[in-house]
Write a protein that binds this ligand. Structure first.
Ligand code: IPM
Ligand code: MG
Length: 366
């Protein structure tokens, strides 16, 4: 990486600001060892933006993002905005940002840490060693297809959404999945509903064709219902899970529960330009502003930024190791509690930042 790396920080709603601050804190700790490299600029998104400007993605935020190398986002949404018109809901801010930045692939790693294996909803023996990545298509499918809307016909209202996949949309996300598999255990599970849906039949055909370009990677197809079952039954058998926008949304929440807390999972949304990094969890309005949210997903998202946007694998890996080490010591936010005493969001952030610095310094002096 050369020169200053510009990061757009969009804290958003609920616990978003608290956890994003911890992500930034850890990036600043990295700078303390490796030298100054970031310039942070904040912007409004979601409900916070609606309150201040009446829209979920203001022009100023769009321009901050356009001028940045990467975007760190917290979370959007909350009950106070549930009555907004659909196009003015907080979630629209995020969907519009994904579209504007052409972020067509969403990586959601779910790894069960040994220290937290007992937190999983599943028995330790079943879930230990789980290490998978969901590769979710992010710009197509039923989220964006037309026609959509609520219409009246013959005196009755009907809601319509349309699932559409074009070949190139499947091709580009499939390439990403196979390339990622090459850096891992070389197995791709493509998830669809090809027994019922035409969009899935095309999906399966295209993925099968792209797979021929990666003969060293094993490809398996699963129907989404069967995949939902097997994620619980034998989670360790998955490596890279490639799937569409809607199935990826659902399966990634399921995968989160394998790891014990949704507060642990980071994500990266990538296209050809500025990438976006955010926790998989939502804005958790019930615990917002109380310094008790889990900052790990936000901190791990910052690590993904270092890996994919800054190409600083060493620093990314240092943060991930720091997270695992601190959790191993038994430090927990309330969502991860066993019998031990809980620490606050900012305290857990401090400890991970300190451990990251220590790891980076010791590597530097070697
Ligand atoms: C996610 C969220 C979003 C989605 C919402 C907030 C738009 O659930 O990132 O998983 O459905 O994609
Ligand atoms: Mg979701």
């Amino acid at each position: 990486m050369q020169g200053t790396f510009r990061v757009a920080v969009l804290p958003g709603d609920g616990i978003g600001p608290e956890v994003t601050a911890e992500g930034v804190k850890v990036l600043k700790a990295v700078e303390e060892v490796l030298g100054p490299m970031f310039r942070f600029q904040t912007g409004l998104i979601g409900g916070a933006a609606i309150d201040a400007t009446a829209v979920p993605l203001p022009a100023e935020t769009i321009s901050v993002c356009h001028n940045s190398h990467a975007i760190l986002l917290g979370a959007v949404g909350g009950p106070q905005w549930d009555t907004q018109r659909p196009e003015l809901r907080p979630e629209q801010g995020l969907l519009q940002l994904r579209q504007r930045q052409e972020l067509y692939v969403n990586l959601r790693p779910a790894k069960v840490l040994d220290a937290l294996v007992h937190l999983s909803a599943l028995k330790p023996d079943r879930v230990r060693g789980t290490d998978l990545v969901i590769v979710r298509e992010l710009l197509g499918g039923i989220y964006f297809g037309n026609p959509r809307g609520i219409f009246a016909k013959n005196g009755e209202r009907m809601g319509i959404n349309t699932e559409i996949y074009r070949e190139h949309e499947v091709e580009r996300v499939a390439h990403r999945a196979f390339q990622l598999a090459r850096t891992r255990r070389r197995k791709v599970t493509s998830v669809d509903k090809a027994n019922i849906l035409e969009s899935s039949r095309l999906w399966r055909e295209v993925v099968t064709r792209i797979a021929r370009l990666y003969p060293d990677v094993e490809l398996q197809h699963l129907y989404v219902d069967s995949c939902a079952m097997q994620l619980i039954d034998r989670p360790t058998s998955f490596d890279v899970v490639l799937t569409n926008n809607l199935f990826g949304d659902i399966l990634s929440d399921e995968a989160a529960m394998l790891t014990g807390s949704i507060g642990l999972l980071p994500s990266a949304s990538l296209g050809e330009r500025t990438a976006l990094y955010e926790p998989v969890h939502g804005s958790a309005p019930d615990i917002a502003g109380r310094n008790r949210a889990n900052p790990v997903a936000a901190i791990a998202s910052a690590a993904l930024m270092l890996r994919y946007s800054c190409r600083l694998e060493n620093a990314a890996e240092a943060i991930e190791t720091a997270i695992a080490k601190v959790l191993k010591r038994g430090v927990r936010t309330p969502d991860m509690m066993g019998k031990k005493r809980a620490v606050s969001t900012s305290r857990l952030g401090d400890l991970i930042a300190a451990e990251t610095k220590k790891l980076l310094k010791s590597r530097k002096s070697r």
